[in-house]
Write a protein that binds this ligand. Structure first.
Ligand SMILES: N[C@@H](CCC(=O)N[C@@H](CS)C(=O)NCC(=O)O)C(=O)O
Length: 315
């Protein structure tokens, strides 16, 4: 089995869910630590410019977005599965949690440790994620609203756990557990578990579940530098067996020059030639310093447009 390479940084909740997936699947993996704020030239060479983390590398195949990284790990090592109740429930819950809790979690975090966060980090996240500088005094009245949102959504986790199982969707951990754990993990790790548990009113059931998810661990990792990861991609070729089967539901033809852009945050387009697509996954070819690569994206949460039709490109 090829050893997966994970590009990630410590503070990132989206990366933490993938580190936990390595633990759930008991995998050996290679860790490439990246800066929390760009520039990251080696990562850009691998992704064609997609800037968010996590990114998983299997040789010259690059998987963007934690949802697709889950799928790539599932294909690499099917058991234990990330989808014990099927993909729909785990993916739907994950997308809800990622999108609904991201801003309130950052809000609560900044309320606790904002003065310790570097200005470069706050400036970058204002521009690419939040649209406002959450550390500015003018935003202070919003902080209670962020606590309110997090508390509400955490109480829904309690309700799921109240069905009598150890995990959100049943007796086995799923991708949904690893995802819904992440914002609470971020807050508890940085502001202190007792402080966050009290502020958000986390129930004993949710706290015990957090412990069960954390106990999955992170698998076994060794380190590699970003430049070594680029060299590893250059030394090999993309694996055709990793391409999605079927057709693009919107009728995009293979060979079309397209842009692929996140529809929520950090909307930096990746430009490449469409190699394959179906309703779940899309692959573009990108060539450059790291050789000829296949860069893979999930369909949910990304917009793919022919270059000629992408008005952002012409602007
Ligand atoms: N939908 C994406 C979201 C990832 C995301 O927002 N990552 C952020 C925060 S952890 C990030 O990489 N920020 C760094 C950057 O944009 O440079 C996923 O699930 O992977």
């Amino acid at each position: 089995m090829i050893t997966p390479i994970l590009h990630h940084y410590d503070l990132s909740p989206f990366c933490e869910k993938i580190r936990l997936a390595m633990g759930l699947k008991d995998l050996d993996w290679i860790s490439v630590k990246v800066e929390a704020v760009p520039p990251r030239p080696a990562l850009d060479a691998l992704t064609g410019g997609y800037r968010r983390l996590p990114v998983l590398q299997l040789g010259a195949d690059i998987f963007c977005d934690s949802a697709l990284v889950f799928d790539a790990l599932e294909r690499l090592k099917p058991t234990p599965t990330l989808y014990p109740q099927g993909e729909g429930l785990a993916k739907g819950l994950s997308m809800w949690w990622d999108r609904a809790t991201w801003i309130p979690a950052i809000g609560v975090l900044v309320g606790h440790i904002g003065e310790h966060l570097p200005q470069a980090f706050l400036d970058d996240r204002r521009e690419h994620y939040l649209g406002f500088d959450i550390s500015k005094p003018a935003m202070a009245p919003l902080l209670p609203a962020h606590v309110q949102q997090m508390a509400t959504m955490a109480s829904w986790l309690d309700s799921m756990l109240g069905q009598g199982h150890d995990f959100l969707t049943g007796g086995q951990p799923s991708a949904a557990d690893l995802t819904c754990h992440h914002s609470l993990w971020l807050l508890r790790a940085n502001a202190g578990a007792e402080v966050i548990d009290a502020q958000l009113g986390l129930s004993p059931r949710v706290i015990a579940w957090m412990g069960r998810v954390a106990a999955l661990g992170h698998g076994r990792m060794t380190q590699m530098t970003p430049d070594q990861a680029v060299a590893a991609a250059r030394d090999t070729r993309p694996d055709p067996a990793l391409l999605p089967e079927g057709d693009d539901p919107s009728g995009l033809k293979r060979g079309t020059e397209v842009t692929v852009t996140p529809d929520d945050t950090a909307r930096v387009p990746v430009r490449g030639r469409l190699v394959a697509a179906n309703s779940q996954q899309l692959t573009v070819s990108v060539s450059g310093e790291a050789g000829d690569l296949h860069v893979h994206f999930p369909r949910a949460g990304f917009q793919t447009l022919p270059v000629a039709a992408d008005s952002r490109d012409a602007a």
